[in-house]
Ligand binder design. Structure first.
Ligand SMILES: NCc1[nH]cc(CCC(=O)O)c1CC(=O)O
Length: 323
């Protein structure tokens, strides 16, 4: 892919090989080229998270999907990478920076059920597939009468278990389904009032070496969306304050609009029986004021910890690590 009138050497965008990863990487590449004229080519990288057969919650530690790309960034074999923000550990990677956070897609979770069924219409005992403790916990709180089945694999594999009749439904991120061309499989969507998305869900992150972000890769800033950045910073601060990772039963969702930032968060025990849910809205005159966005996430998380959220997180990890 070469932009007309561009003579520069194409930049190398490292991506995982899945349909979702290549689609979102190509989308970001096209937008950058459109806005800056910079030519970009995709480099396919294989990550541990793509090849391992272990259950996602048992991989121990976050970032299985991003480490291979980060190794390539540090080695200089690729110029930048596009990640699903939700898969990025909250601890910053040394020497790397999130040069841009593009405008977020639909942040909600979606149900793909047999026969076009809505969540409320699934019969008691119906089997619902999801590998995410956050989803199992919040879904159990809504419908303790359903059976939640841990599953793994890419979106297409998961949807195949509904088609084959092995499961009655699966729950996946709406944004991801759109990226793999399966939006038509969605039979219901969960509003934030029912189920809070994972911190960063639906958003992407463009990462590169720190020293290059302000110099030869400064054009990456063309896809940055400050409102999305303020939102995901608040959401991810909740996660880091709780010392939880992407495998924790933590939902967080922030919305920036007209000078205010609203943050909602939930920590729910895996069986759905106990939960701490809180929300807070603050004035945020500029979405570039990230310190204030961090403060919102930190204050909300501390209030939730005082109400027992840290104990729920610790119990969820103990369950996960039990042999
Ligand atoms: N953990 C895997 C993952 N990482 C990002 C997405 C979807 C896109 C997104 O949430 O941004 C998914 C699949 C899913 O949760 O259904």
């Amino acid at each position: 892919m070469t932009a007309e009138g561009t003579t520069s050497v194409p930049a190398r965008l490292g991506t995982r090989r899945s349909t979702m990863a290549t689609t979102q990487s190509q989308g970001v590449a096209d937008t950058i080229t459109e806005r800056t004229g910079q030519a970009i080519e995709l480099e396919l990288i294989t990550s541990f998270g793509d090849v391992t057969k272990a259950h996602l919650t048992q991989l121990g530690g976050t970032g299985v999907f991003v480490n291979a790309l980060r190794d390539e960034l540090v080695a200089g074999t690729i110029d930048f990478a596009v990640h699903s923000l939700k898969d990025l550990p909250t601890t910053p990677a040394e020497g790397l920076v999130l040069a841009a956070i593009p405008e977020r897609d639909d942040p909600r979770d979606a149900l793909c059920a047999r026969d076009g069924l809505k969540f409320a219409d699934l019969p008691a005992g119906a089997k619902v597939g999801t590998g995410s403790p956050r989803r199992v916990a919040q879904l159990s709180a809504l419908r303790p009468d359903l059976v939640y089945v841990p599953i793994r694999g890419n979106a297409e594999t998961r949807l195949g278990k509904v088609t084959s009749g092995e499961l009655d439904a699966v729950v996946l991120a709406h944004a991801g389904l759109g990226r793999v061309g399966r939006r038509d499989d969605v039979t219901d969507v969960f509003e934030p009032e029912q189920m809070l998305p994972a911190p960063g869900q639906g958003a992407l992150a463009v990462e590169c070496r720190t020293e290059r972000a302000g110099s030869d890769l400064a054009y990456l800033g063309a896809v940055d969306h400050p409102a999305t950045r303020a939102e995901v910073v608040a959401e991810r601060t909740v996660l880091s304050e709780l010392e939880a990772g992407c495998a924790a039963p933590v939902g967080a969702f922030a919305e920036y609009s007209e000078g205010s930032l609203r943050l909602r968060a939930a920590v729910v025990a895996t069986n759905g029986a106990t939960a701490v849910r809180r929300e807070r809205t603050i004035d945020l005159a500029s979405p570039d004021d990230l310190d204030t966005a961090v403060g919102l996430g930190r204050d909300l998380a501390r209030q939730m910890i005082a109400e027992g959220a840290d104990r729920i997180v610790a119990e969820a990890f103990a369950e996960r690590d039990a042999p």
